[in-house]
Design a protein around this ligand. Structure first.
Ligand code: FUL
Length: 458
């Protein structure tokens, strides 16, 4: 998303961002002099999902391209065995809790029969021109108990109004309105920051305050994703790696709109801000293949189950959420190779977390001053340990800024890991070793430490 960000036309109108962002609710009021941000109920649900499946599907699927230029004929969109239930069944079997579909990518082709353009499924042979991919997608999510999200690319290389800022902003708002009023609950609305218009290209000024206010009005429980949130931020890369330090709070003035670049922007996206004034956790989007869209030539380059497990550790295990892209084929199905890897990942994760050796352990938590504490647990018996799972109670905010994890090895405490943030979840894996207990020394915290969850698996 960031690579072409410099060319972005994401300049905003002069309306109050904070007002439209409506995220003052993420900052707890009250009598405290300097209240720290807390997650909203929607942000908590979003984070606890841990895994969402991303689906890039559209005309690019049929042209073998990553970015369409908007001149594609809608007649090429003709998936021969389309079955959104197969996507949803696979997602569910692999432990995913939500799915997000590219309702419209940069090429402007809409996967639902919109009134805003003829460049849509309604002009395609799919289901005789009466098809609606978004409808089948949300129905499949509902049938499998998954939450549905939509990605609506602001950059649109087909719509004739694009570049005529006011006119296109109306089109974009109308498209969002259709998506957010005709398909039931939408849990996440996804906006990217890419824009590849060259120096002589069209210059569109997006009206983000309007967009965010519209989503808040039509789907108050949805979280809005973009570089600039307001609810959920991009993690700053597409390689599946959240920052080793990763705060769920940010200083919103550093990334006020999507599509910005620069070191400070990227640092804030990757790591959040320790002294951030709003809660805006990071989402890690990455593809199971080299491309975002399906390309037959990449069938042999699907990430392995081991690799996907690593992605889980470098995203969910670093206080982020994994949005894993698995692009449907021209038949409209997830490819067997991708399905195998997803199920393989699930099997590996299930095996890794099958044996909790800390169950029934004796626990203690000793607060020091307002920045220090020690949490300790003694297992019922010495056991082999390969993974430690730490978790703060994030409904009470994110507090830990520096910690050392130690293991009780043959009567003495040995260092296992030194880290900074914990947040929703911090996973630490090491070569199996025999331990009788764990000790977590909180060496710095930005609010008084409170008991956290500490589990060991072997
Ligand atoms: C970017 C887009 O340019 C890519 O094609 C892809 O959709 C990625 C998730 O976001 O901004």
């Amino acid at each position: 998303m960031g690579s072409l960000a410099a060319a972005s036309a994401g300049i905003i109108a002069a309306r109050s961002l904070a007002e439209a962002r409506g995220d003052a609710g993420h900052v707890r009021g009250g009598t405290q002099p300097n209240p720290r941000p807390r997650p909203s109920p929607s942000q908590l649900l979003w984070q606890r999902d841990e895994l969402a499946l991303f689906l890039h599907f559209g005309v690019n699927t049929f042209t073998d391209r990553e970015w369409g230029d908007g001149t594609e004929s809608p007649t090429i969109f003709n998936p021969s065995a389309f079955d959104a239930r197969q996507w949803a069944r696979t997602a569910r079997a692999a432990g995913f809790k939500a799915m997000i579909l590219t309702a419209k990518h940069h090429d402007g082709f809409c996967l639902w029969p919109t009134a805003t353009t003829r460049h849509s499924v309604a002009s395609s042979p799919f289901r005789g021109g009466r098809g609606d991919v978004v409808r089948e997608f949300v129905d499949a999510c509902a049938a499998e108990g998954l939450r549905a999200g939509v990605y609506l690319s602001p950059w649109d290389r087909n719509h004739p109004t694009y570049g005529d800022s006011a006119a296109y902003n109306d089109v974009y708002a109308a498209q969002l309105t259709e998506l957010l009023t005709q398909y039931g609950p939408i849990h996440e609305v996804w906006h990217d920051g890419a824009n590849g218009e060259g120096p002589n290209g069209k210059r569109q000024e997006y009206d983000w305050p309007r967009v965010w206010a519209l989503v808040k009005r039509l789907q108050p429980d949805a979280v809005i994703f973009s570089d600039a949130g307001p609810d959920v931020r991009w993690i700053g890369n597409e390689i599946g790696s959240a920052g080793e330090t990763n705060w769920s709070t940010v200083r919103p003035e550093i990334v006020p709109v999507p599509g910005l670049s620069g070191d400070e922007v990227m640092r804030s996206l990757q790591q959040g801000d320790r002294d951030g004034s709003v809660w805006r956790p990071g989402e890690t989007d990455v593809s199971i293949r080299p491309g975002w869209f399906y390309h037959p030539a990449e069938d042999a380059r699907v990430r392995s189950p081991e690799n996907l497990e690593q992605l889980y550790f470098s995203s969910v295990g670093r206080n982020s959420k994994l949005l894993l892209n698995v692009p449907p084929t021209r038949r409209g199905l997830l490819h067997d190779a991708d399905v195998r890897s997803l199920l393989g990942m699930r099997a590996r994760l299930d095996a890794r977390f099958a044996n909790e050796v800390s169950a029934g352990a004796a626990r203690s938590f000793t607060s020091g001053d307002s920045r220090h504490a020690v949490a300790e647990l003694r297992f019922r018996e010495p056991s082999m340990v390969h993974t430690v799972d730490l978790a703060e109670e994030i409904s009470e905010g994110q507090r830990v800024a520096q910690f050392t994890l130690e293991g009780l090895d043959d009567g003495s405490w040995q260092p296992l890991h030194r880290g900074s943030t914990i947040g929703y979840r911090r996973l630490i894996a090491f070569d199996s070793r025999r331990l009788a207990g764990l000790r977590l020394r909180i060496e710095d915290a930005i609010e008084p430490p409170i008991p956290l969850r500490m589990r060991a698996f072997g």
